[in-house]
Write a protein that binds this ligand. Structure first.
Ligand SMILES: NC(=O)c1ccc[n+]([C@@H]2O[C@H](COP(=O)([O-])OP(=O)(O)OC[C@H]3O[C@@H](n4cnc5c(N)ncnc54)[C@H](OP(=O)(O)O)[C@@H]3O)[C@@H](O)[C@H]2O)c1
Length: 238
């Protein structure tokens, strides 16, 4: 059994129990692998039953739940016993403005409502740099809808007292190999790239650092080892 320092609270001797919304996403599968390898319990909410095998191969339990069709009771029914939800869903490239709203905003609100209903306090949202900023009109209406949806989902979380939320805003995602080194700080930190493997590693470290909550953090690849970047947030007196 592992003993984990859970943010200065009483240590507890079990792995974490994490539910990932959008469990077949590229970051979600990487995160599932990292968590499962160290003995945590992971459930991955997916909308396509054909994705169940991939989720299982990553070490997570697949749960079919379409976040654009389910109600809050159904979603809450998948959350009992969880320590935290990670919102890793998104309408993705190729989707139109309507699905930016139904997934990137509304599914996040639904997950947060369900977490509150189920008594799950932890909520890590994978957002995007620039969320909530005035969208650059030159990038078109789908981009505008995306930035607005992400901004609205962030604002929804910030209004919630019952959740220990954390908003993580990666830069442009790549599938390059992990570097283990990041720049993680409150915005603005400039623009750039970050590998999906490094995003997953940062989320694992942030899940462990339960005293780093109610923060909005930008994330790029950088010079600081992941553990040190998260430790610096714990020690900055906020
Ligand atoms: N691309 C970038 O450079 C970038 C930069 C910063 C932030 N982000 C954000 O980071 C997020 C995670 O990145 P990623 O690369 O891991 O994304 P991804 O591979 O596109 O994963 C998103 C997942 O959400 C799922 N999903 C969509 N609609 C759903 C629904 N109704 N119910 C349940 N699941 C649903 C998708 O499932 P299906 O396969 O069934 O559609 C997919 O597995 C993205 O959503 C994006 O907004 C992206």
């Amino acid at each position: 059994m592992r003993l984990r320092d859970f943010g200065g609270a009483a240590p507890y001797d079990r792995g974490m129990d994490i539910v990932i919304a959008g469990g077949h996403g590229k970051i979600a599968l990487r995160l599932s692998r990292l968590l499962a390898e160290r003995g945590d319990t992971v459930r991955g909410l997916i909308r396509n039953p054909a994705h169940a095998g991939d989720v299982r191969d990553a070490g997570a339990e697949p749960v079919v739940c379409d976040l654009e069709a389910a109600g809050v009771e159904e979603v809450a029914g998948h959350l009992p016993g969880a320590d935290a939800v990670v919102f890793a869903a998104g309408a993705g490239p190729g989707s139109g403005a309507a699905r930016k709203d139904t997934v990137d905003r509304a599914a996040s609100v639904l997950m947060a409502d369900a977490a509150e209903r189920a008594g799950v306090r932890g909520f890590v949202q994978i957002s995007a740099m620039g969320a909530g900023d005035p969208p650059d009109p030159g990038r078109g209406e789908v981009w505008e809808a995306y930035i607005r949806a992400r901004g609205a989902a962030e604002e929804d979380l910030r209004r919630r007292d019952a959740l220990d939320w954390l908003i993580l805003r990666p830069g442009r995602l790549t599938d390059d190999p992990p570097t283990g080194r990041v720049h993680l700080a409150e915005p603005p930190i400039g623009r750039g790239e970050v590998t999906r493997d490094d995003v997953a590693a940062v989320i694992v470290a942030l899940l462990d650092a339960a005293d780093v909550r109610r923060r909005t953090l930008d994330l790029l690849n950088g010079d600081t080892p992941v553990a040190d970047a998260v430790a610096a947030l714990r020690g900055d007196g906020r």
